[in-house]
Design a protein around this ligand. Sequence first.
Ligand code: FAD
Length: 498
Amino acid sequence: MTSSPTPPTPFDLPASELTTRLAEKPVAISPKLLEALSAIAPVSEEVGDRAEHGRDWWPIAIGWAANGQVPAFPGVVIRPTSATQVADILRICSQAGVPVTPMGGRSGVCGGSVPIFGGVALDLCGLNAIHEVDETSLTVTVDAGMFGPDLERHLAGVGPGYSVGHFPQSFDLSTVGGWLACRGAGQYSTRYGKIEDMVVGLTVALTDGRLISTEAKAPRAATGPSLTQLFVGAEGTLGVITSATLKIHRRPGAEARRSVSFANFDEGLEACRRILQRGATPAVLRLYDEIESKRSFGVERCSLIVLDEADLHLLNATMAIVDEELSSAQVEDLAHVDHWLERRNDVSQLAPLWRNHVVVDTIEIAGSWKDLGGTTARLLDALRSTEGTLTASVHQSHAYSDGACCYFTFAGRPTAVDGDDPMEAEARYYERVWKVANETIVAEGRAVSHHHGIGLHRSNALQASLGSAYDALVAIKRTLDPAGIMNPGKLGFGGPAQ
Ligand SMILES: Cc1cc2nc3c(=O)[nH]c(=O)nc-3n(C[C@H](O)[C@H](O)[C@H](O)COP(=O)(O)OP(=O)(O)OC[C@H]3O[C@@H](n4cnc5c(N)ncnc54)[C@H](O)[C@@H]3O)c2cc1C
């Protein structure tokens, strides 16, 4: 069976009664454009369909859904099944100045696929074919709308069995195109890399109706700047990824696990740094602060779980380094790793918390080892000292030789004043806590996102974070999308140029 998007929570009103929370001036779709779109691919104007395509998993929108609000309605939803159809849709929408918001699983957590200027919701889930599995070079060429489980199921059935090795927590909810568009990271990234390390080339539909391939059919090339990487992380603002060639791996021959703890988070970070800098890259190397260790494993210290999978010789070498570097840590129950594996994709707590008026979200930053401990402590302080915060905690989730990603979780219950609607108090708290967080991260000079991306929610932080380099991105945007129709309002870009 083919996967499909999973909404974060039901709307608490019939779709026809939902109000719009965010819409800028929606751009109208003329009858002529509607007719031209319908001649390319199936078009839906049904209100429930438009409502589902008007939101993603941006946490605050869960609270809105519970209160009968949708972030924004697209004018129509269109469902192409081929790259040529996607290119044709972009061409006519660009000529008409009508916004196009590409979307896959709609599991983004930053409002990246919310069509705030209305227009066309481009549902890419119908692009879901595998084009080629190259068992010699170990690559797969796959359509952008394919979901994680469908891709892995297919690869497991080819020859001896293969895997891409990309397992985000949203594996069941997300597509290949969304992984690439957001520069995603899987939970096994320390061995297999982030999605930008896995991609070999792309086919991209541009707003002038052209389809371009960025694939060199070679492992590396010195043929100018990487155009593949230009579209990886562009979040649908420069063009639409219609298919991708990704590296694959033979299924690993062996697996090993470890569970230890440290007296404090900095000590644990230091051990992770030493492991990575000796060249060992265990697939999973997750370090939790005291709060998360207690919550997940009942441990009153800072837990580190390690899991690797690889050819036996490589695994043994990796684990020998891991064991040496963890020799002074306290050994914990190996069942902690099983516990993590069993619950790692469980997202069932999010909607009940929001529905219970607890504002909860996560912030994933990246920084070099030299500064990471200090930034982590200061960001936790900033989150905890924001009025309304109940708790803030952190774990290290993805590690590299030069630094790592620290992943923060905060929860707050703001007090409504003067009979204020609780939803408005929640919105103010959410805005406040994110502003404080982004300002802290930008001031410290760290990456404001490691893998969730920018979307709508972090648009201002991106400009602040890139500084004068942001102008180069604007220039590229103007060249590739002169009418400004591609996912307007995201990455800090404005509305369509009409
Ligand atoms: C519970 C939960 C856990 C998560 N865990 C992780 C995690 O572990 N790692 C991680 O990296 N992310 C994680 N995410 C975030 C999210 O799942 C990822 O960003 C994912 O890659 C989005 O894929 P999608 O198909 O759902 O894209 P969508 O949400 O549909 O779109 C995301 C963005 O990509 C653009 N886009 C989508 N498809 C294309 C395309 N083909 N061409 C051009 N642009 C496109 C959209 O316009 C939008 O800007 C999590 C999300 C949730 C809800």
